[in-house]
Design a protein around this ligand. Structure first.
Ligand code: IVH
Length: 666
């Protein structure tokens, strides 16, 4: 035990630090500077270092847990984490409202609570007797990932709750990063030669899934509570508004909220929020969430298979901004296709500064009638990359110029070829450095061979120094080679070499995908890897490939072109010599639950659109068909099912209700 006066100083410091966390994160009203806070924290660290027996897991010093590194094992949620249905306009909102009223007794008009829809990632925090025991991501809603070690570093997540707490409480909310912190992270990433994150949401997700909690700690993620999953004993709250109010007493910051008595009030809030709050918010919000306040009414309304009936997300449309096209550049993709990119005067839109907008292809430029120098309206929605919506011909002053496709490849200077329908132009030079760079980045990308140390800057240096001429060259790199490049110091070189080493064992589908064969995406690569080893695939006949499920004549031809191209044979031999995994992949056992079974859907399903049900069947290895035959395994009948039911009866095909179907695919 530390001497009593030391122990009491330790406890006083902890109390003070927790109180400052609360003022900062819950009340948004800090009373001391960051430097002062750090001084208190350092003093506590010193004392704990001298008296290790006094350290407790909930001490503010224990946010970056010593050995508790994130392992991301999977966690089954005690109650499923559902998502919200989206509506995009007032009409759709009114339809939702009408359905709601139908399911509530007349004379009990609901009170609504409105909250911003935070564009972060959802997280469930389990507190046992008030102590943070586990943090889990949403995952697929049933099972998420254990991110406790990293979540502990987020200062707005209390390590212990305050006030009277139930035995177990599972708080749900969003983890996000502010625009300002997002910009800082991206500046650091760029300085370190890594790819910047495309938006704050990806940045928050990437930061939460760091192997090293110390990295997460630097990213300044934040948490806002919006609901709970488990509350043992009698929940002390009977409505959403009571829950949100209770958060402060527990030491949690909850999402901001407002109440509305009618749908008109909801719509008014939606508009006012968009005009007055949204432009000033420090973090990304992509809509409002409208919830029925009283839990008694919520439970009467219940859930569909994937979302509650008592809540809805009323999304904001993509945000737009006006700017000017300064020039059009041409970027060369990994297959040589040349993409025109508009370089625009930097403009702030939906949370990020945009200076570059893809124009996709020359048909798009023609469709927009775009000229260099034009005023343009650009649009950006959440995840989506920005696009030009309109070129303002009426604002032209006469100096604007047409965009002509390049005659020569901007990277290697060789002549550009017009492809079939003249939408695309390609550089067909086999030694074009721009294509090689793109190919290496693709080869090293996460779904392919996953070498995170091989970012844009590293690829530039490796290609420009002539060190690497194709993907096999990666496996011939030695540490000395890397150290000669400006970017690589000791540690960084070792990291990359370790990732290259690991990539040798990756399953074949990733290698096939990584080779960057035109038309071959992840899904096709997976199918092929289950049927062939790499050498078998390289020598497969066109006719045989055409018979592979999901591989049509175009994909088959592209595979043959690739494997018969001069140089490919040698490349494959070098990859083999480098020890990459060429072996056929096992068929995945999971997912085969409905293998060989054909489903036919008829009528309207209540829980999901028909396309989604068909996707689910396919994901489990089954097939979906539009017509009933003797080979049909099941007909699934929704409301207003029609003639297919009769056909099923005639052919003796079993008919499932929607509930039976849901049970089957569970
Ligand atoms: S309530 C049954 N409130 O949006 C779902 N969710 O598609 C209850 N989200 O995964 C969630 N802001 O993580 C709720 N104020 C808010 C929210 C919010 C963002 C996320 C949530 C969920 C997704 C819904």
């Amino acid at each position: 035990m530390a001497p009593p006066q030391v122990q009491s100083e330790i406890e006083r410091l902890r109390r003070e630090l927790r109180e400052h966390d609360r003022r900062y994160y819950v009340e948004d009203a800090p009373v001391i500077s960051d430097t002062e806070y750090d001084r208190l924290l350092r003093r506590l660290k010193d004392l704990e270092a001298r008296h290790p027996e006094a350290v407790t897991p909930d001490s503010p010093t224990q946010r970056v847990g010593g050995s508790a590194a994130a392992d991301f094992s999977s966690v089954r949620h005690a109650a499923a984490m559902l998502s919200l249905d989206n509506v995009y306009g007032e009409d759709e909102l009114r339809e939702w409202h009408a359905r709601l009223l139908k399911n509530l007794p007349p004379g009990e008009p609901p009170l609504f609570i409105i909250e911003p829809k935070i564009d972060g990632l959802s997280c469930a925090l389990t507190y046992e007797r008030g102590m943070l025991a586990r943090a889990a991501t949403r995952g697929d809603g049933e099972t998420g990932e254990d991110v406790t070690g990293n979540a502990r570093t987020i200062r707005s997540i209390p390590l212990r709750l305050t006030g009277p707490v139930p035995e177990r409480l599972e708080i749900r909310g969003e983890i996000y990063i502010s625009f300002a912190d997002f910009a800082k992270v991206n500046a650091d990433e760029a300085a370190a030669g890594r790819e910047p994150f495309v938006n704050p949401r990806n940045c928050a997700a990437g930061s939460l899934r760091q192997k090293d909690p110390a990295v997460t700690a630097q990213r300044r993620l934040r948490f806002l509570a919006h609901s709970f999953g488990v509350w043992t004993g009698d929940a002390a709250v009977a409505s959403e508004s009571q829950f949100l109010a209770a958060c402060a007493a527990l030491g949690l910051q909850a999402v901001e909220h407002a109440a509305a008595r009618s749908l008109d009030e909801v719509v008014r809030f939606y508009r006012e929020f968009k005009e007055q709050r949204l432009p000033r918010l420090a973090y990304a919000v992509d809509g409002i969430v409208v919830k029925v306040d009283a839990y008694s009414q919520q439970s009467r309304l219940g859930f569909t298979a994937k979302s509650p009936r008592w809540a809805v997300a009323f999304k904001y449309p993509a945000q737009q901004a006006s700017t000017v096209v300064e020039r059009v550049e041409f970027s060369v993709g990994r297959t040589g296709v040349i993409t025109p990119v508009a370089k625009v005067k930097p403009v702030f839109c939906a949370g990020v500064t945009i200076s570059s907008v893809t124009l996709h292809n020359f048909a798009e430029i023609a469709r927009l009638g775009l000229k260099v120098g034009d005023h343009v309206l650009i649009e950006r929605a959440g995840e989506v990359i920005p696009k030009v919506v309109k070129a303002a011909a009426e604002l032209r002053q006469g100096h604007e110029r047409d965009v002509a496709p390049p005659r020569n490849c901007p990277a290697c200077g060789s002549a550009v070829v017009k492809v079939e329908d003249a939408v695309a132009y390609r550089c067909v030079s086999p030694s074009c450095p721009a294509q090689l760079k793109r190919l290496l980045l693709h080869f090293a990308s996460r779904p392919a061979l996953d070498m995170q140390g091989l970012g844009e800057a590293a690829v530039d240096q490796l290609v420009e120094s002539g060190r690497i001429r194709d993907v096999a060259g990666l496996y011939e790199l030695r540490k000395e080679d890397l150290l000669k490049l400006e970017l690589f110091a000791d540690k960084r070189a070792e990291n990359l070499l370790a990732q290259i080493q690991e990539s040798r064992q990756k399953p074949l589908e990733r290698l096939i995908f990584g080779l960057g064969i035109r038309q071959v995406g992840e899904k096709t690569a997976e199918t092929l890897a289950q049927l062939y080893d790499l050498e078998g695939l390289a020598s497969a006949e066109l006719a045989a490939l055409t018979r592979v499920p999901d591989v049509g004549p175009i994909v088959a031809a592209s595979l043959c072109d690739f494997f018969h191209a001069p140089g490919t044979k040698k490349l494959i031999a070098r990859l083999k010599a480098a020890g990459l995994n060429f072996q056929r992949s096992e068929r995945k056992a999971a997912g085969a639950k409905l293998a060989g079974k054909t489903f036919v859907f008829t009528g309207e399903l209540e829980s999901m659109p028909r396309e989604e049900a068909e996707e689910k069947v396919k994901a489990l290895g089954g097939k979906a068909s539009g017509s009933v035959s003797a080979k049909t395994a099941f007909v699934v009948a929704g409301a207003k099912a029609g003639s297919k039911l009769r056909q099923a009866a005639e052919l003796g095909v079993p008919v499932l209700s929607e509930a039976e179907f849901l049970k089957l695919i569970q």
